[in-house]
Structures are given as C-alpha cells and as structure tokens.
Write a protein that binds this ligand. Structure first.
Ligand SMILES: [Zn+2]
Ligand SMILES: [Zn+2]
Ligand SMILES: [Zn+2]
Length: 99
C-alpha cells in the first residue's frame, strides 16, 4: 500500500527529551517515537505504556519518526508502511534512557 500522508510531515521541535507522558509519571520506555505532525515524543509499542500509539489514536497524526538509534526512519500508522522522510529531526540533546 502507498502512503499519501506526506503532507502531514512537518519540521517539528521535539516536545520533550524523552517520552512526554512517561517523564510525567516516572515510567520507563524502550524506544522513542517522534510525531512528525506536531513534535510529540512518545514511547514505542514495546514500552509498557505505548504513548506514541496512544497519541496517534488521540490525534490521528499518522506519521512518526524513530527518535533514538537507529533513528530517522518513518512509519505511517494508517497505512502501516515504512515511509521515506524528507529529513531527520535533530535530537534535543542527551536523551535519558531508562532501560
Ligand atoms: Zn500514510
Ligand atoms: Zn511513554
Ligand atoms: Zn502529533
């Protein structure tokens, strides 16, 4: 399937240095995902709270970027395909790791 959500990809400023919600509740995450529509930083589906997927369900923002190594790849939640991003969002500085 082809992804037609390229217009939702913006240049964004990451909302936090780690998963926004996990940092608030003191939880842990495995990997980080950056929303390329609004800059929300959330955690991956292997993390206990899956905040990136929750953000997609709440906002329907379709495209995320891998935000820790190997970073820079894109994924569309709607089409469930890997997407080529036009650029890679620079990280906001040292990202705390909890695993
Ligand atoms: Zn798509
Ligand atoms: Zn989280
Ligand atoms: Zn978003």
């Amino acid at each position: 399937m082809e992804c037609r959500h390229g217009m939702t990809v913006n240049e964004v400023t990451p909302s936090a240095r780690g998963c926004e919600e996990c940092l608030k509740i003191g939880s842990e995450w495995l990997h980080l995902r950056l929303c390329r529509a609004c800059g929300h930083v959330g955690c991956c589906d292997q993390s206990p709270h899956r905040h990136a997927t929750a953000h997609f369900h709440a906002t329907r923002h379709p495209i995320i970027e891998g935000y820790d190594p190997p970073e820079g790849w894109g994924w569309c939640y709607v089409d469930e395909v890997v997407v080529d991003l036009p650029d890679q969002t620079p990280q906001l500085g040292p990202i705390p790791r909890y695993y």
